[in-house]
Each structure stands twice: as structure tokens, then as C-alpha cells.
Design a binder for this molecule. Structure first.
Ligand SMILES: [Ca+2]
Length: 285
């Protein structure tokens, strides 16, 4: 029974550690970057039609990922303002609700199963008279401050984060400020833990993989790219022993193989990288 409880705490510990969970406005282990996006059009005289845009590189590769646009106009078919955000790259997605960018408040969860979208023109706030009369949309329309969730899809991981956004749209003026963004560090802070005696082969693997185990007792866990455990095997044997795992039922992709020695008794919340071994496994059938 003790072993069972230990194994369960291993399992939940590793799973919660690997699974992205970010709370809006909470810094935690995220890396914060100050930005100075400040788009303001203060006046809307007759026959005005003004647009401002600014963009943001959230991945640090020099390529812009998100673009913000404000429009303020006073022309026959369009009087008022619109603020929108677009994703320029398919690997950077915004949290959305219906046709809007989702406005989050402090501590709202940003999760893998939220709704995620790339592409153009997600309303942030809009208030204008057009051909169809008064149009209002956008979740920042009545509450000007909020956090915008986003994520970065990488080949081996997904990083979650939030932007600090102030947006105000009305008939007379328009204002958008993005003062900063927070993003998880690469691989959710978990890097491959090299340990003598822990090995996987072949890698890439097809229908089975051999795990060489660095301890006499423990558990082998395989996680998919979303952090879900897809395979588990207890180990009792000698140091350096080999375990054949049938992985023919797992779809091709990038996985993480974790080995935890029995006897790790720390709370899952304080799981440290020294407490387990982790290697990436590529499965290609
Ligand atoms: Ca970028």
C-alpha cells in the first residue's frame, strides 16, 4: 500500500509539474518582459480616418508574432473606434471566446484546453456606428484592464503566458497599451536530466523502446506532449537493468520518459529535477 501511495504521488507530482498551468497576472516562474506598446488617437474630428499598429515578438527570435491595431474614424459609414489583435505566426496562438480575444482577470487559469486561435483580427474592444447601426464588441469594451492569454507552440513543448492589456474604445478617442508579457521558460523549466545508467534506445523508436534503469526500484512513466501520462511501469531489478516497453499503440510524436526511484518522498509541489530522470523520446512508426 505504501508503494502504491508513493507511486500515485509520483504520478500526480510529475504530471502537475509537466502540465502547463499559468494563472493570469501571476508571475510565478514566468519570465516577464516589459513592452511599450502605446497606441493612442486622442481626437476624432469630422472626416477623420486614422489607424495605428504596433507588433510584438514574444518568442525572442526577432520575428514579430502579435500585431495590435487601433482605428478611429468619423466618416459617413464608420464613426467610432476598433481595437484588435492578430497572430502573425501559426505557432503563436491567442486565447479566444467566440470571435473575441478573451479578457482574463487576475488568477484566471490559462490551460491547454482553453480555446486557442491564430490568425487575424480578434476584437479587443469596438464601439462604432456603421452601415448596420451601432456595433459594440470586444471583452475590453466596459472593463478597460485585463490579461490576454497566449501560447507558443514549439516542436517539443507548449509555453503559456499572458499579456497585460489596457484598451479603451469609444466615439471620441481610442487607447491601447500593452505594458508587458509573461511567458513560461522553455520546456516548462524541465530539462533533460542526464543520469548515469538512464538510457533509451532506439530513439527515435518504432513499436518498442528499451529503457535502461539507474536504480533497483521505481517507476517508469511516459508522458505525451500535453503532459498526460500514457504509459506506466513499475521496476524491480538491478541497477542498469533493461525494460522493454511496447509503445506500438502510441501515436507518432515527441514524448517524455521519466524514471523515479522509489524512496523519493518529497511533496509533489517541491519536486526537484534531482529527484527524477527525464529524457525525450521520439516515436515514429
Ligand atoms: Ca517571434
Amino acid at each position: 500500500m505504501k508503494t502504491m501511495i508513493l507511486c500515485l504521488s509520483f504520478l500526480f507530482g510529475v504530471q502537475s509539474y509537466l502540465e502547463a498551468q499559468v494563472l493570469a497576472g501571476v508571475l510565478g516562474d514566468l519570465e516577464y518582459t516589459v513592452t511599450s506598446i502605446d497606441l493612442q488617437i486622442p481626437d476624432n474630428p469630422p472626416n477623420n480616418f486614422a489607424e495605428l499598429t504596433d507588433s510584438l515578438d514574444v518568442t525572442g527570435d526577432g520575428v514579430e508574432d502579435l500585431v495590435f491595431q487601433v482605428t478611429l474614424a468619423s466618416v459617413p459609414d464608420f464613426e467610432g473606434s476598433v481595437i484588435s489583435v492578430s497572430s502573425l505566426n501559426p505557432d503563436v496562438e491567442l486565447m479566444t471566446t467566440g470571435y473575441d480575444a478573451t479578457r482574463l482577470v487576475l488568477n484566471d487559469p490559462i490551460l491547454p484546453d482553453s480555446t486557442w486561435s491564430a490568425g487575424f483580427g480578434w476584437p479587443v474592444a469596438a464601439f462604432f456606428y456603421g452601415i448596420a447601426g451601432l456595433t459594440t464588441s470586444g471583452q475590453w469594451l466596459n472593463d478597460f484592464t485585463g490579461y490576454m492569454g497566449f501560447r507558443v507552440l514549439m516542436p517539443t513543448d507548449t509555453l503559456y503566458g499572458w499579456l497585460d492589456v489596457y484598451a479603451e474604445a469609444n466615439l471620441a478617442y481610442v487607447k491601447l497599451k500593452v505594458s508587458g508579457f509573461a511567458l513560461e521558460p522553455v520546456i516548462n523549466g524541465v530539462e533533460e536530466q542526464a543520469e548515469e545508467g538512464f538510457a533509451l534506445f532506439p530513439n527515435p523508436a518504432g513499436d518498442y523502446v528499451v529503457v535502461q534503469v539507474p536504480a533497483v526500484r521505481g517507476g517508469i512513466f511516459i508522458f505525451d506532449s500535453m503532459g498526460r501520462m500514457v504509459l506506466e511501469r513499475d521496476y524491480f531489478g538491478e541497477i542498469g537493468g533493461e525494460v522493454d516497453l511496447d509503445i506500438s499503440m502510441l501515436p507518432a510524436g515527441v514524448y517524455r520518459v521519466v524514471f523515479m526511484s522509489e524512496g523519493v518522498t518529497k511533496s509533489p509541489l517541491h519536486l526537484h529535477s534531482d529527484d527524477f530522470c527525464l529524457k525525450e523520446l521520439i516515436i515514429s512508426h
